[in-house]
Every structure is written in structure tokens, then in C-alpha cells.
Design a protein around this ligand. Sequence first.
Ligand code: FES
Length: 74
Amino acid sequence: MPNSPAEPARRIKVQRRGPLLVEGPVEVELEDGSTVRSDRFRVALCTCRRSRRFPWCDTSHRDRTQSRRTTDTD
Ligand code: FES
């Protein structure tokens, strides 16, 4: 990705509990040297390592709570 002073700085939003939100497109180099790319407008990068789609966030960082659903048996 070329770097020039004319390009606006890429914005990254940091959240206390959650992914890093990066303005896309992005290319991420993984630990094994491979790269993955996303062309989305905004990309959520996993910081908790629980994502099954790492390095992309799949919302696995959220607390799991069982919601009770009522069933309509009438
Ligand atoms: S930050 Fe969302 S799954 Fe890891």
C-alpha cells in the first residue's frame, strides 16, 4: 500500500471490549506471513482471539447470555 502525504490518515477506532474498527480496505499480515484482505468500508479486527474468522471479528468477544424465549403453545 503506497504511503504519500496526500493520502488522508487511516482512522482506527479503539474500543475497550471489542474489535479495532479500521477504515477499509485493509490488508492484514498474519503470524505465518500470509495476508488476508478486506475491501469493506469499515473492518472489525479481532483483539480477543476468540473469533473463528480471525483476524476478523465475529462478535465472539461479546458475553454470552441465555435469553429465555417463550414459546407460543396455545
Ligand atoms: S474482538 Fe470480536 S471476536 Fe474478538
